[in-house]
Write a protein that binds this ligand. Sequence first.
Ligand code: NAG
Ligand code: NAG
Ligand code: NAG
Ligand code: NAG
Ligand code: NAG
Ligand code: NAG
Length: 276
Amino acid sequence: MENALLLCVFMSHWHFLNALFTVDVPQPQYIVEYGSNVTMECRFRVNGQLKLHDLSVIWEKKEEHTKEVYKLHKGKENFNNQHSSYAGRVKLFKDKLQFGQSMLQVTNVKPTDAGTYLCLIGYEGADYKTITLQVKAPYRNITKRTVIVQRTAVHNEWELTCQSKGYPKAEIIWHNGEHQDFSDKANTSYETGTDQLYSVTSVLKTNTSINETFHCIFWNKEFKENTSAILIIPGNPPNQHCGGRRDLGWQEPTARSARCCSGIPTAGSSQPGSLR
Ligand SMILES: *[C@@H]1O[C@H](CO)[C@@H](O)[C@H](O)[C@H]1NC(C)=O
Ligand SMILES: *[C@@H]1O[C@H](CO)[C@@H](O)[C@H](O)[C@H]1NC(C)=O
Ligand SMILES: *[C@@H]1O[C@H](CO)[C@@H](O)[C@H](O)[C@H]1NC(C)=O
Ligand SMILES: *[C@@H]1O[C@H](CO)[C@@H](O)[C@H](O)[C@H]1NC(C)=O
Ligand SMILES: *[C@@H]1O[C@H](CO)[C@@H](O)[C@H](O)[C@H]1NC(C)=O
Ligand SMILES: *[C@@H]1O[C@H](CO)[C@@H](O)[C@H](O)[C@H]1NC(C)=O
């Protein structure tokens, strides 16, 4: 509000001096990965030497209650009203002002930084433009698990799990090697942590046989991005020696599980109670 007022003051003050003063944005939209840095830019015209004490620059985030991100008032930086969520995370490249560039760096970008930003400039007139910032965290690291739940003569019942973290919320699609859709049969849960990311866990219970493959796809609709993992139903279902739950344990994204409980016999292994 205060800055809107300031803009009004800029406007009325400079209105008759220079109605043609404009702010431009070379890039109206930025898509940034979680945890990285972004430098947003808007431009204004400087004729000759910059008169810094005549320059005011304000960056704010448009929300129900506008958040002040950065303020330079008549050449002097002022952090008094800066919103706490930006404290220590923003920097204006002052050496660029002489070229008419208002370049604001935001470090360690978080999902809550996403939204619309206003770049206001008061110089030989006043104007502002908006820039949108989108934040994404791809679901790159998918942890998978295959657990046998029940043995039957033909098809054992398996519980397949895929888990990953990202932003925004992803939809989980399951299909088998024949591209049959199993998504309806899966149970997907979402949790958010202090890092503002979604921790997504999807569990599919299915009766299936050795060497069948299943794919879990993390579908990030907003960014039209998919990441996926393949789960292969192992042969030699694990024995009970490793514990009643016959858990294969969490598998690393790339490595096939080859631990005690995997049921994959390793050379020279002769544990008592080994399967068959
Ligand atoms: C982000 O900027 C900070 C401060 O300038 C720097 O220390 C850090 O290495 C940068 N991070 C990335 C991912 O570029
Ligand atoms: C992948 O996720 C697992 C489990 O959450 C974690 O232990 C591992 O360090 C992660 N790997 C990478 C490369 O982030
Ligand atoms: C999904 O998981 C929840 C919580 O574990 C459980 O209450 C619910 O019955 C499950 N739904 C299905 C279809 O398995
Ligand atoms: C698997 O088959 C068993 C026995 O036919 C049945 O009781 C169970 O409900 C099936 N499980 C699933 C997930 O379809
Ligand atoms: C499963 O695949 C392995 C390796 O490709 C193969 O040796 C084995 O015969 C297959 N088992 C069945 C039951 O298809
Ligand atoms: C992602 O996967 C979904 C579901 O399988 C599909 O509908 C969509 O077209 C895929 N999008 C991309 C960009 O691959």
